[in-house]
Write a protein that binds this ligand. Structure first.
Ligand code: WTA
Length: 636
């Protein structure tokens, strides 16, 4: 299975060259030697980027779950596939072996079939981070149903619009979920959502918090009794390589969320390949990705990537601050975690706390640290590297997107020398290119441009559910024949990529392009600063001025705000240049964030501009209350 493992720099260079010179041979070989197929493909790649018509492993036949589960049973049947670490540290962790996971997936697959689910049907999954969640994904894959996971933090409104968009026939949810010392009434939210979802025929309800819930006669069924009665036979649907595996919604800069469609074979090959290489995976590892399965990171790097490799993957139900800010470090110590894959926002939040939370735990099992989801600022990178990795664990800053299926640009641990704030080099098979505003390829070092990918890769989303036109428009229209990521980036003199951030976060001040990320980076280095977000606002002379929202560390020390403002601007002037100095600085208690931890700049831009009218839907924010506080403290 580890035929495709890159072991040193020479092998990386060789693999990369081969993947560019002969991509079909490169991916065909990996697909052939590492997976099981009912039928081999006729052609590795059908490539029509101009029309957004991409197919990988054309006419190949397979089932994802045979590759994730069945084929491991002989060698790894008794190996732990999933370690379930509950929200409450006093509740016992569960070790689910490959055999048990296989059995449960087969049972749930039969429950789905018994309830009328057939190949191609859409099943919405709205569950907390409990074992039923990955089991539900895999059960769908087993019967050929297309899963559409909706993050369990989303509102009824967001849930119903996603169910409607893809006409889901079934919803799998639970009575509720735990989040720190709170419970979430998932079934209540689902009931609300379902008032406007006539396509749903059946609701399967997992029991987690034992709450009193409403069960709708003829529609709602408890999952467990059905599982108890279900057959264990393991018939798996024969799927075409290009049959959709799942839909996952991601927000666009305008309009409703886009249902990105990922297909079976390409996604399988790509997630498996990237998992083993980016995390330096070894057979006895205990791998932990702290994302939620409601996001792409959880799909690809909690469920599919690890299971395809026969790995042990940790499923964590809780949050980093419960019962205290040492929880992550406690989980690592308890399960002897070897890889930690988390987000900069979590790192910054934990770095704000007293170091004793870290120091009271043994983190020596760790070998590789990962970061994903947004640019990791230099200070957070060093904190992670020094205090968590003890400078022994490479930090892999992985750049990719929901649309990409898997990691695109990232260091390979122990192979690629890391460089803070740089995602470094493309993985084999990925051909990035930076484009300038004249639509030409950028050759110069350190010149920022639009990050595009000029050749298909197996994990790319094939379309937007029900709207191929929007897919073409969003990703293939800005630069003809190329996939446009929407991110800006630059390359240093050795060819390392640094992701600057969304193109729409770039602010032009007095004719100068300024990425918000580098400025934030600089600000965050100030010892008093915890986190910052910079937005542009209309400015009479400069075109745009810079407005900074800054949260401070809780040190107990009271600082003069005007002095702090001066110091921060001096720091920016020293690090980036006087041009990047902030015109306005507002100190806030918290920045408004999405559930996945991204700062909601759209709202911050509006407040900076004094436009309080149309914030759009803020109910899906993690902390909607922060918006009022920021509004009231706005600097005019
Ligand atoms: C951002 C998450 C800088 C980027 C897997 C991208 C990053 C968006 C990084 C996709 C990184 C992700 N460095 N920026 N290492 N990783 N991003 O769809 O702007 O939730 O376009 O996928 O996150 O977010 P998504």
């Amino acid at each position: 299975m580890n035929y495709y493992k890159i072991k040193n720099l020479e092998q990386y260079i060789k693999a990369y060259k081969k993947s560019v010179n002969d991509p079909e041979e490169f991916w065909g070989d990996i697909a052939d030697k590492n997976f099981i197929w009912y039928q081999k493909w006729d052609k590795v790649l059908h490539n029509d980027m101009l029309n957004g018509d991409i197919k990988w492993f054309v006419n190949g036949k397979l089932n994802m779950t045979r590759n994730c589960l069945d084929r491991h049973l002989n060698k790894r049947g008794d190996k732990t596939a999933i370690i379930f670490e509950p929200n409450d540290p006093n509740e016992e962790a569960q070790h689910i072996t490959y055999k048990e996971l296989h059995k449960n997936v087969c049972k749930m697959a039969n429950v789905l079939r018994d309830n009328g689910i057939k190949k191609g049907d859409r099943v919405c999954i709205y569950l907390p981070m409990i074992p039923e969640l990955p089991i539900a994904l895999l059960a769908c894959a087993r019967v050929g149903a297309i899963h559409s996971v909706v993050f369990a933090g989303f509102s009824a409104n967001s849930l119903s619009s996603r169910i409607q968009d893809s006409d889901c026939k079934m919803l799998i949810t639970s009575d509720g979920g735990y989040r720190g010392n709170k419970t979430i009434d998932l079934k209540g939210i689902a009931d609300d959502a379902l008032k406007s979802c006539p396509s749903i025929e059946t609701v399967l309800v997992a029991k987690r918090i034992d709450s009193e819930i409403h069960m709708e006669e003829g529609r709602d069924k408890w999952l467990q009794p059905l599982m108890d009665d279900a057959a264990e036979d393991n018939v798996s649907e024969i799927m075409d390589a290009e049959d959709p595996l799942f839909i996952l919604y991601t927000s666009g800069s305008t309009g409703k969320p886009k249902g990105m469609v990922h297909t079976t074979a390409g996604y399988m090959v790509f997630t498996a390949y990237t998992f083993t290489n980016v995390f330096n995976y070894k057979e006895d590892d205990i791998y932990w990705c702290t994302a939620d399965i409601g996001w792409i990171t959880g799909h690809s790097y909690i469920v599919y990537g690890p299971l395809l490799n026969g790995a042990t993957t940790v499923l964590f139900e809780g949050i980093p601050s419960y019962p205290d800010f040492g929880r992550f470090w406690d989980v690592i110590d308890k399960h002897k975690v070897t890889q930690l894959y988390t987000a900069p926002t979590a790192i910054r939040a934990l770095a704000k706390e007293n170091l004793s939370y870290v120091e009271s735990h043994d983190l020596s099992s760790l070998r590789v640290l990962g970061s994903v989801g947004e640019p990791i600022n230099e200070e957070a990178w060093h904190w992670y590297n020094n205090n968590i990795g003890k400078q022994k664990c490479p930090v892999v800053d992985t750049w990719w997107q929901t649309e990409n299926g898997g990691i695109m640009i990232s260091p390979l641990p122990f192979i690629t020398p890391t460089k803070p704030t740089y995602a470094t080099l493309p993985l084999p098979g990925i051909q990035p290119v930076l484009m300038n505003s004249k639509r030409n390829e950028i050759e110069n070092h350190h010149e920022e441009g639009s990050l595009c990918i000029k050749f298909p890769w197996p994990g790319m989303a094939r379309t937007i559910w029900g709207n191929h036109e929007r897919y073409m428009e969003t990703y293939f229209s800005a630069f003809r024949g190329k996939y446009f990521s929407g991110d800006g980036a630059l390359k240093d003199e050795v060819g390392y990529y640094r992701i600057i951030g969304r193109i729409d976060d770039v602010i032009i001040v007095s004719g100068h392009n300024l990425g918000t990320a580098p400025i934030e980076n600089a600000i965050n280095e100030h010892p008093a600063v915890a986190e910052s977000a910079i937005v542009g606002y209309p400015h009479d002379i400069k075109g745009n001025g810079l407005y900074g929202y800054i949260t401070l560390k809780e040190t107990g020390e009271v600082r003069d705000r005007d002095n702090l403002r001066r110091e921060i601007n001096e720091h920016i002037a020293n690090h980036i240049g006087p041009i990047a100095k902030l015109d306005k600085i507002q100190f806030v208690d918290a920045l408004p964030k999405t559930r996945s931890g991204k700062i909601m700049r759209r709202i911050l831009r509006k407040i900076a501009a004094g436009d309080f009218d149309s914030f759009g839907d803020i109910s899906t924010l993690l902390n909607p209350e922060s918006v009022d506080e920021i509004k009231n403290g706005r600097i005019a």
